[in-house]
Design a protein around this ligand. Structure first.
Ligand code: AMP
Ligand code: TRP
Length: 334
């Protein structure tokens, strides 16, 4: 049985090392496995849950496609498309919003974090966002959804929605209940400035993250300035528990080199951070530089990027429209 993989990334600019190590690196491996059918979606409808400048949004949609390809996703093998080009996503999201319960959404921690103290002023879309995400996944009968740790709760909600629809409408296993694919280790890359906060595109300081478009000097400089503590690197990984910044940097190193955290700790045990940081910068530059060059090159070829999206749209649309029609029949629409 082939696995059907679906995942989405928001086109909000500044895709960073967290997106790469937490999600896109995994997309590439899944894309390379012939046992999988992969669909990767640029979720522009999700992006507008906070205000976007139209020109920047257009640029960012294309840059997200460029990033997928620069990281190694093959558009001949995987479907790449943007969410708004397949209207079934919005329609299915409405239908599913009548299945999802307020109590379920009220528990979503990402909404609480993003809305902060200003709950009354954020968009309704930001609140119902996980329902749209469930529609994305369920329309394609995805069996597996690769995401970073921060999306785990949204996937559980998606599973609840699928099951409730199936039960409420006596629809058997009409909606497949998808499995999350979350890396066991390093699934949450933290800010370079604060090891207790997630690396994020919305963080004000650019020094808090490595962007996939950063050049060599910028990477070296950001790692130099990354927060650490005054102790040397310990001799075993348990001692990292109370040292979030050290743990994060060693985690990044391990993830990039495919080493376990114990192996990395062993390599640098007793050394100070300046020595470790030099090696980390080198590994980062080796990984990010070719990606960054390729993104910049592809960004100049809008026609190529648009062609990929159009191709993907045709394939995705056929699938999603079909599933939506069946949903409508099950619900009782004429
Ligand atoms: P987003 O940019 O929010 O659409 O996220 C795209 C993908 O990157 C999702 O699967 C996220 O879970 C993942 N991701 C975002 N930030 C991080 C992070 N700091 N660490 C690990 N994964 C992340
Ligand atoms: N909400 C996800 C994020 O912010 C992006 C997303 C939208 C997604 N639809 C999806 C991820 C469907 C996986 C599957 O990262």
């Amino acid at each position: 049985m082939k696995k059907r993989i679906f995942s989405g990334v928001q086109p909000t600019g500044n895709l960073h090392l967290g997106n790469y190590l937490g999600a896109i690196k995994n997309f590439v491996e899944l894309n390379n496995d012939n046992n999988n059918d992969c669909i990767f979606c640029v979720v522009d409808l999700h992006a507008i849950t906070v205000k976007q400048d139209p020109k920047e949004l257009r640029d960012n949609i294309r840059e997200t496609v460029a990033t997928f390809i620069a990281c190694g996703i093959n558009p001949e093998k995987s479907i790449i498309f943007n969410q708004s080009s397949v209207s079934a996503h919005s329609e299915a999201a409405w239908l599913l919003s009548c299945v999802a319960r307020m109590g379920w959404l009220n528990r979503m921690t990402q909404f609480k974090e993003k809305a902060g103290k200003d709950k009354e002023k954020v968009s309704v879309g930001l609140y119902s966002y996980p329902i749209l995400m469930a529609a994305d996944i369920l329309l394609y009968e995805a069996t597996h959804v690769p995401v970073g740790e921060d999306q785990k709760q949204h996937l559980e909600l998606c599973r609840d929605i699928a099951q409730k629809f199936n039960n409420d409408y006596f629809a058997g296993d009409f909606f497949k209940v998808p499995e999350p694919l979350i890396q066991k280790e390093f699934s949450r890359i933290m800010s370079l400035k604060d090891g207790t906060k997630k690396m994020s595109k919305s963080e004000l300081s650019d020094l808090s993250r490595i962007n996939l478009t950063d050049d060599e000097n910028l990477i070296i400089n950001k790692i130099k300035k990354a927060k650490t503590d005054s102790l040397p690197i310990p001799s075993n990984s348990k001692e990292l528990e109370m040292r979030p910044e050290a743990k994060n940097l060693l985690g990044i190193y391990s993830s990039l080199t495919n080493l376990s955290i114990d192996e990395s700790v062993k390599e640098f045990s007793g050394k100070n951070f300046s020595q470790f940081k030099e090696k980390l910068s080198q590994v980062l530059v080796e990984k990010i530089n070719p990606i960054s060059d390729k993104i910049k090159k592809l960004n100049n070829d809008k026609e190529y990027l648009d062609r990929i999206l159009l191709n993907g749209q045709k394939k995705a649309n056929e699938f999603a429209t079909n599933k939506l029609k069946k949903m409508q029949e099950i619900i009782g629409f004429l």
